[in-house]
Write a protein that binds this ligand. Sequence first.
Ligand code: ADP
Ligand code: MG
Length: 320
Amino acid sequence: MLTLEGIEKRYDDGFMVRVDLEVRRGETLALLGPSGSGKTTVLRLIAGLERPDAGRVLLASREVTRLPPERRGLGFVFQDYALFPHLSVRDNLAFGLVERRWPRERIQARVAALLELVHLEPHAHKRPQQLSGGEQQRVALARALAPEPEVLLLDEPLGALDQRLREGLLLELRRLLRHSQVTAVVVTHDQTEAFALADRVAVMRAGRVVQQGTPEALYNRPKDTWTARFLGHKNVLEPREARAVGLEPRPHVLLPGGVVLGRGDRRMRVTERLFLGGRVGLWLEDRAVRLYWEGTNPGVHEGAEVRVQVVRERAVEVAP
Ligand code: ADP
Ligand code: MG
């Protein structure tokens, strides 16, 4: 559906993006990477807001590399979701459709459907500044969906929201992406967000895609220590630590279930106990290794000594 073929973009400061990507019809791809890894640049290249120095952009097998943004049939929501401040929610949604010369009845029907989709019917007459951040974000999303684009591009769609709003909108966005059958590319630096929204995740580092796959495949088989840590793994063992727990002296990741508390003959000290609400996290240390355990409150305090077993079957080797 959407293909980036040998795309390259160089900036004067020496930064360079170089990617090949494919997004299938109806699929949601997350571009996940730290700040400055080139995610927004890739999205702008897809949108046509940047011209690549090399390579091709294809939409439904049609080359669009040289087409301007408005002729690519895309909807996008960028970070500062720039709504028209002087227009009501309803008129914000209708704006692009009027420009596209949709007939009046069709616009009315489409706007009504969108208001329902993002639960904004009661706010239809309000201006953007009379809405909360989450509501504004939903308007931006609905506006991008309005002309029924084949491809939807979202740059940090939950970025500007506080934690509670994020969680609510995350589920809504997920539902929307699944139900609308739109092909979507979502940029985020947040691994939880990427895993929740995407069918497939492409991890970006320094302008390159370093690994891609389903959330499960990525999490269970991170390619190297950097990717493992970036995906949220805490038990990333150095070679000497791996040896200390009976593994080959190469970098390893312990998957969930790899550290068991209360049995085994390893004695480790609890150096940090983190209360996480429903769960408790423990950092454990002995002379040779530092491990992390998480689960329902085991009732141990900081400074305590506990028995620990490392389940070697839960270890996967990763590149340095
Ligand atoms: P991300 O979205 O992952 O945070 P960006 O794609 O915004 O990363 O930017 C990555 C790098 O690309 C920046 O650190 C900068 O070096 C370069 N860059 C991005 N946009 C521009 C621009 N308009 N002009 C010059 N350099 C840019
Ligand atoms: Mg960005």
